[in-house]
Structures are given as structure tokens and as C-alpha cells.
Unconditional design. Sequence first.
Length: 329
Amino acid sequence: MSKRSLCLGVMGQDGSILAEQLLERGDDVYGLYKRVSSGNNFANIAAVKDHPRLHLIEGDILDAGFITALIKDVQPNECYSLAAQSHVGLSFKIPAETIRLDAEAIAIQLDAIKNFSPKTRFYFAATSEMFGGLNCPEKGFDESSPFYPRSPYACAKACAFYLVRNYREAYGLFACSGILMNHSSEKGRRGMDFATRKITHGVASVKLGLQKHVQMGDLSAFRDEGAAEDYTQAMQLMLAQEKPEDFVVATGTGATIEQMFKHVCGLAGLKFEDVYRQDERFMRPSEVKYLLGNSAKIRARGWEPKHDWKSLLTAMYEHDLAELKKEQA
């Protein structure tokens, strides 16, 4: 029989890519989405929307009764918890809602699995933001590195991380967390309000004369940036292990946001100084300055990224440029 995989947040960047990969491996995929927050993200699953083994379900991750019934009915072999309020900057503006969506919702999911589907293997999308970017080891943060969350988003994710560990140890659930460094999609599925996509789409727009500048905040932060298409493969690998463990997923290379911006400007034949404009609206109360990951543990299990930050941003820019040209035609 085919595996039943439940993907919470199927319309998002990671969820849509994961759904495609799960369908390709032969799973029956149950994809949860919330229409209010999904907007035009149906475009992300356009290639598989009518797939006979994709079952789209509309619902709210904070509705405990709904989530419990869903897990009880589906009895998934695997559950990927990807639905979240995932924007760091926005979390400073809506901290309480972020904590509910990114921590309380995980408690609801874990308890439903414990009570009604204890054999389900559970993956939680944690974040490198939990490290806080302070005192980064030379080889990067790994699974033993301490957390120092510096945003409501990171605080909520850290709470959920410990909930996952608690349910694993207290109830014997196969529950694990992926501590993923920053990642974007070469298929153009990263939201426009995230730095990498704002850069590639913005520079492509300037290149085509659709706008004059790209307005952003502080560009000094260093990020280990990878491809979502690689990282969703790592999620599946975590649930294929003999025992549940937490893993850091990273390329082990990175650059500052300014260096990434300059790289994309170079691809477009534009001068960074002519394109970038600093905008105070995008400055954060506290910034995570340096995130580099050490993914030696999951690499030892067979995972290897295909992209580094340069090849990823190049693919993203080429995708955005081609899409914008189609719109102009």
C-alpha cells in the first residue's frame, strides 16, 4: 500500500515542493491549507493540483477539534508540520499570533498523534533563527549549539522544538525537528517579502525597467542560504531513520545579504549603488547577524545539497526575469 503523508502548509514554498516529491515517490498526500492565508499560493501546486493522489483539505491549524479529527481519520504514516507564521520581521508586529501559530499549533498536532495515531512519524520545521546568530562556531552551528532566540518567531519555534523533544521522550513518539538554515526556491516559490526573493525579483524588475530601485533594510546580516528543493529531501530522510533525532540542515557556505544583492546585480549588469535604497520600514528591533550551519550529522546519513547560495540566486534571478518577460509579452 502507498504511504499516507500529511503535509500541513501544502501551499507554501516548502509544502508545495515536498508534496511534489512525495507524490513522485508514490505517496497519497493529504495537503492542508488555509484559504485566508494562502492567497495566490495555489500557483505553487499548479503542476499537481489535479493529481489523483493529492487530497487538498481546507482547515485551521489552531482548530484543535479539526486537527484531531484529521489525524484520527487519515492515520498518516508521516506528518510534516510546515504551516506557520514564518516571517521574522512580521513576528515583531504580531507576537501573540506568531506564538499561537508556531508553538500552540504544534502542541495540538503532537497531542492528536499521541492519542489517535501514535505510529505516525512527525517532522517539525524548526529554524536556525533559534540560535540567534551569537558566538557562531567556526564550522557553524550544529545540533549541540545553544539557542538564543532574538525574535518572537524564534522564541515560538524554540518552544515548539522542546515540545517535540518532550513528546518524543515522554511518550515514545517518532518526532523530530529539522533545524534548517535559510532556504529559498529556485522555482520562484519564496514570498516576495523575504530577502532573497525580494532581491531577485526586484533586480529583474529594475533590469526590465518596471521599477527604479529595490528598497530593503539592513544588508549586513550573514546567511547560510540553500535551496528548498534540497532541504525538503532532508526532511524525508529524517523520517526514514531508525530512530527519531534532530538535524541541522545547511550548505555550510553563505554570504551577507549585501553580497547576495551585489551578485544578482552583477548577473543583471547593474550597479548595486544604483539599485539599492535603504528603507527604515524594513529595519528590525533586533537582528540575527550571523548564521552558518554545520550539517555534518545529516550528511553522514547520505544527504548532500545540490545548490550553494550563488547557484541558487542565479537560478532564482533567471526564473524571475523569465516570468516578468512573459508578463510583458
